[in-house]
Design a binder for this molecule. Structure first.
Ligand code: HEC
Ligand code: HEC
Length: 351
């Protein structure tokens, strides 16, 4: 009897394990049981996301670097930051971020609730004191009323602020892209060129080795050896940010660190040296420039990178030998096939 149960269980598990490497249509965003998604909470989070009170000098909001008009990224190679400082990485899109298992290019955060307070506190991002920020928000009666409405008690605190922002972020979902319609049975969802590109994406291009599932990301880290930008290596502001983060993460040689160590900073495992997370490709047409350091301005450059077998010395990618026409079709698939219906958006009125 027990054997039969095991066999049934094994059969039930089969489809799950065989999904690895397959592209899937969109699913519902998972949310944690202790932060249920409500319309009022999303609206509150949206206000906070656009509120410049969250930065120390009152000039920046989350939307400064995650702009709805730029697919919730900022169009820059490396984000400009709190005055006189600079980030060290490219600002990722927040569309579909609710599906990401690991956050940041090196995966150093894993929940949106946990992540939201980092940029506010961070010396090189919003440089805000969280105790002071709580008081600033508490001093606004409209906010107090909304927090009471959403969280059942009037207390405005950093945890509730983070929960509301996280709920807003989970509402940013790329829906109804041609890829989803195609996978749901609409054989005419793609233009003929995009359909050819889709076949290259899942076939000769081997993109689905890493970009798979409904978010086209494998929740893993890979050493592709994307080159450093020589201009960035010369910028003392970027060097300061890099050394600062490395110091916070207890990297002993932080003072001489001259490149981005990637996932290594978190795991201290040599195999993770310069490993970066596979990003989603949803809405990719809107979120140039690309890669953790924004080194590629166009999708053509990214495709050329993969076609050439990735960065020098990497052992993960092999040259693909795509013809010019195939590269073109692949780009058309990325641009057309992964762009969903525009995410409805109106600027909130900040109280
Ligand atoms: C000055 C620019 C800037 C500001 C302001 C900013 N961010 Fe970011 N954000 C970034 C950059 C750059 C990264 C990537 C950092 C890294 O990987 O080390 C990032 C990463 C993230 C991520 C992880 C996304 C992913 O795919 O892993 C989330 C979520 C996020 N930011 C939310 C916010 C929220 C919420 C705020 C406001 C409280 C905010 N950001 C303010 C630049 C900024
Ligand atoms: C071995 C895993 C792997 C394979 C195979 C792979 N990718 Fe990626 N892809 C990644 C990782 C990891 C990154 C992020 C690299 C970085 O930031 O340095 C990335 C980044 C990208 C980006 C930039 C996304 C952004 O928001 O910056 C695009 C576009 C992309 N890949 C498309 C493709 C295409 C098209 C193919 C097939 C020709 C492909 N990838 C094959 C792992 C992979």
């Amino acid at each position: 009897m027990r054997r039969i149960i095991w066999i049934i269980l094994a059969v039930l598990c089969l489809p799950v394990s065989s999904l690895s490497g397959q592209v899937e249509s969109l699913k519902d965003v998972p949310f944690p049981g202790n932060n249920l998604q409500t319309i009022a909470k999303v609206e509150l989070g949206k206000k906070l996301f656009f509120d410049r009170r969250l930065s120390g000098d009152g000039t920046m909001s989350c939307a400064t670097c995650h702009d709805p008009n730029l697919g919730y990224s900022d169009g820059l190679e490396i984000s400009l930051n709190y005055p006189t400082t600079r980030n060290w990485r490219n600002s990722p899109t927040l569309i579909n971020v609710g599906f990401q298992k690991f956050l940041f290019h090196d995966g150093r955060a894993s929940s949106l609730e946990e992540q939201a307070l980092f940029p506010m506190m961070s010396a090189f991002e919003m440089n805000q004191n969280l105790d002071f920020m709580e008081e600033e928000i508490r001093a606004v009666p409209e906010y107090v009323a909304e927090f009471t409405d959403v969280f059942g008690e009037g207390d405005v605190n950093r945890e509730h602020i983070a929960m509301a922002i996280a709920a807003f972020e989970r509402s940013l979902v790329s829906r109804d892209a041609p890829l989803d319609r195609y996978l749901n049975g609409d054989k005419n969802a793609f233009s003929p060129e995009a359909l050819q590109g889709y076949k290259i994406f899942t076939g000769k291009g081997k993109c689905t080795e890493c970009h798979y599932g409904s978010n086209l990301a494998d929740d893993r880290f890979h050493v592709l050896n994307v080159q450093e930008n020589p201009e960035h290596l010369k910028d003392p502001r970027i060097a300061a940010t890099r050394r600062f983060v490395a110091k916070v993460y207890h990297y002993e040689e932080y003072r001489t660190l001259a490149e981005d160590p990637g996932r290594y900073l978190i795991t201290k495992d040599q195999k993770d040296w310069k490993a970066f997370r596979t990003p989603t490709l949803r809405e990719i047409a809107m979120t140039a420039p690309y890669m953790h350091n924004g080194i590629y301005a166009t999708l053509d450059e990214v495709i050329e990178f993969f076609n050439g077998g990735g960065g020098k010395g990497n052992t993960v990618l092999k040259p693909l030998h795509l013809t010019p026409a195939e590269k073109d079709r692949l780009r058309i698939f990325l641009e057309e096939g992964l762009t969903g219906v525009p995410i409805a958006f109106t600027y909130p009125k900040i109280p």
